[in-house]
Design a protein around this ligand. Structure first.
Ligand code: ADP
Ligand code: MG
Length: 629
């Protein structure tokens, strides 16, 4: 047996960096601009604490494309490097100067917004360049340095004559990366990653129109001037204090984030914590309506104003991914896999914080202007209902502001609803019976009949409502939800006095057999009930439990039973034993006529439920004409 040391040759590191460091080659620009930003912010910090004698001024970062020379330049006016510092920070791969700076100035610099920390960002330049040069002049009184490297581990470092402070990085773009010499491509990258970075970034010039002088003639063209084309907004709204922002500022920022979005957001939530983790941001509630599949991935994630990703899965609770906006946190470990992310303690806290903030905001909107909250309800309910289903903490909070609208647009909270129906809508076991409809037109007759009896009927029509109802029934005590066509209200809700049946039990039993035979359809179960004589003679209902299970399965998510989706629909045919027509059927002697009466009544009941189709409908119409002629 022998032991030894595996020799990792430094020769091999460049091809590795090139291939594997980042899967996305385009991020090299983000890294270099981050370094330029860091260099600028470090100088600002040193100047502010008196460790640098320079005047900070209004430094810029400039990006220049030299298509002919096949070069890309990134030029900053930051603190620069001495030759020694180049040796130390650049030649030692994976030594982060950013981290060193933060450690050294631990207390004073923690809010300076320094981005780097892995000490690898700079080398991402070699993913797209065959040669990289650094020409840099330190803010300290030392000569400028010129470093150059062609991707092999050999580099050269010589003195340079750069006079002004700062660093210029020159990338000699490789043959396979010439896309990065296209102006359009660079603009695209700058707007994607650097749109809100804290130091102004110049890319080319643009023409600006000036106001016409007082004495200009109508036909004189407005004067113009060439100005720096600054591509970023260094002070985006989320970095400001909520107290410094007006509603209009939030709306403007929304337009800045989503220039192609014409609809205004309903409201926003400003996130701002610095303990136990750092997080700022603004979330917007867009108008969502019924659409559960509203475009996700619209929330952008930043680290110190550098765009990182628009995939916030695992960081933002799932029900909030329908929102829009920005989250900025230096504390989210983004270099790890998503599954690890979800287990990360800091990330869990962040997600919990965001949930709480959203709940608090909704609560205050509800408290401060209930009328307005009710108006917005239909556009925000999918998020709230989804949140109630998936996050227990949110459910507890939302219980105070979640609304239950009636078919007549009265909005109840749960507490109000309970108070309203507790004496009038209970079943035989004293359980609260919440009646609801999912479609005002389709269930019109049932809604009407329930309302005529003085019951409240809710309109619950969002796509996940069957799941929500299931959840409410389990977490609230003694409540059952029944859709208005789920059973006849007379059978559901306990009445002061029982209806007395006009028919005897034997009569009911024999009539039930006759009707079952006459309709000849096994998906209907005939039920004889003594109801109010005003109620319809034949009523079709669809038992709540089965229907809900099927719906839950169709809309996805848990709770559905396997195979339910393929079950045929099951109905009850409720026959009102107290109705005149039913007595008439009873008393009709000829069996042919009896059968015709039953069929006709059954078809009418089906028709009212939109269940009469095809040949059955044709036959029904024929039969009806022959009856009235
Ligand atoms: P990190 O940014 O994580 O520290 P990088 O590989 O991106 O690592 O950069 C390494 C170091 O090189 C930086 O920390 C910094 O000290 C130095 N550096 C890189 N770019 C510049 C620049 N434009 N101006 C001054 N120093 C720079
Ligand atoms: Mg860096």
């Amino acid at each position: 047996m022998s032991t030894g040391k595996i020799n990792v040759s430094v020769e091999n590191i460049f091809p590795l960096i090139k291939k594997f460091l980042y899967s996305d080659h385009e991020i090299f620009l983000r890294e270099l601009i981050s370094n330029a930003t860091d260099a600028t912010l470090k100088l600002k910090h040193l100047a502010s604490i008196g460790e640098s004698k320079v005047t900070y001024g209004n430094p810029l970062i400039e990006v220049k494309v030299d298509k002919e020379g096949k070069k890309l330049h990134i030029i900053d006016q930051g603190l620069g490097m001495t030759a020694d510092e180049v040796e130390k920070y650049i030649n030692q791969v994976a030594f982060s100067g950013a981290e060193e700076f933060l450690n050294k100035y631990e207390d004073s610099a923690k809010d300076a917004g320094i981005i780097g920390h892995f000490g690898l960002g700079f080398y991402s330049a070699f993913m797209v360049a065959e040669k990289v040069e650094i020409i840099t002049k330190s803010h300290k009184d030392e000569p400028a340095a010129h470093w150059s490297c062609d991707g092999s581990p050999e580099f050269t470092l010589v003195a340079a004559d750069k006079a002004d402070r700062g660093t210029e990085i020159i990338l000699h773009i490789a043959e396979d990366s010439t896309e990065f010499l296209e102006e359009g491509r660079i603009t695209e990258l700058l707007t994607k990653y650097n749109k809100f970075m804290p130091v102004p970034i110049k890319f080319g010039m643009k023409t600006e129109t000036l106001p016409k002088p007082e004495d200009a003639k109508e036909e004189d063209p407005a004067p113009t001037q060439e100005v720096d084309n600054i591509i970023n907004n260094p002070n985006p709204a989320w970095t400001k204090q909520p107290t410094d922002l007006e509603t209009e500022d939030y709306k403007n920022f929304y337009r800045e984030l989503y220039p192609m979005q014409f609809e205004e957001p309903l409201f926003n939530i400003h996130l701002n914590v610095d303990y136990p983790f750092n997080l700022t941001g603004i979330l917007y509630f867009p108008k969502l309506g019924q659409d559960m599949n509203a475009q996700k991935d619209r929330i952008q994630l930043y680290q110190n104003q550098v765009f990182v990703t628009d995939n916030v899965e695992g960081i933002v609770p799932d029900f909030l991914t329908m929102l829009r906006g920005v989250i900025d946190s230096p504390d989210i470990p983004l270099n790890v896999s998503r599954s690890y992310l979800q287990a990360d303690g800091a990330v869990k806290k962040i997600s919990g914080y965001i949930t709480r903030k959203v709940a608090d905001k909704l609560k205050s909107l509800f408290n401060n202007d209930r009328e307005d909250f009710e108006k917005k309800w239909n556009d925000i309910k999918v998020v709230i209902e989804y949140g109630m289903l998936s996050e227990e903490k949110f459910f507890e909070k939302a219980d105070k502001f979640a609304l239950y609208p009636t078919v007549d647009d009265t909005f109840f909270t749960w507490e109000e609803l309970e108070a309203k129906i507790k004496d009038t809508q209970t079943d035989k076991d004293n359980k609260l019976v919440v009646l609801y409809a999912s479609n005002k037109d389709e269930q019109h007759a049932y809604i009407q009949s329930a309302k005529d009896k003085g019951y409240e009927v809710l309109l619950l029509d969002s796509p996940i409502v069957s799941h929500l109802i299931q959840k409410l029934e389990t977490s609230k005590e003694n409540v059952s939800f029944v859709r208005v066509d789920g059973d006849h209200v007379d059978n559901l809700i306990k009445k002061e006095e029982e209806q007395i049946s006009k028919l005897s039990d034997e009569e009911k039993e024999s009539l039930k057999t006759v009707i079952t035979e006459a309709i000849g359809d096994t998906s209907y179960t005939v039920q004889m009930e003594a109801m109010d004589s005003e109620a319809a003679p034949f009523i079709i209902t669809q038992p709540e439990f089965m229907r809900r299970m099927k719906e839950m399965q169709q809309s996805g998510g848990g709770g559905g039973m396997f195979g339910m989706g393929n079950m045929p629909d099951m109905y009850n045919l409720v026959v009102n034993a107290n109705h005149e027509l039913v007595s008439e059927i009873m008393n009709t002697k000829t069996s042919k006529k009896k059968e015709r009466l039953i069929k006709q009544s059954f078809d009418l009941a089906k028709l009212s439920q939109n269940l009469l189709k095809g040949e059955e409908l044709t036959d029904f119409i024929k039969r009806s004409y022959s009856m009235i002629k």
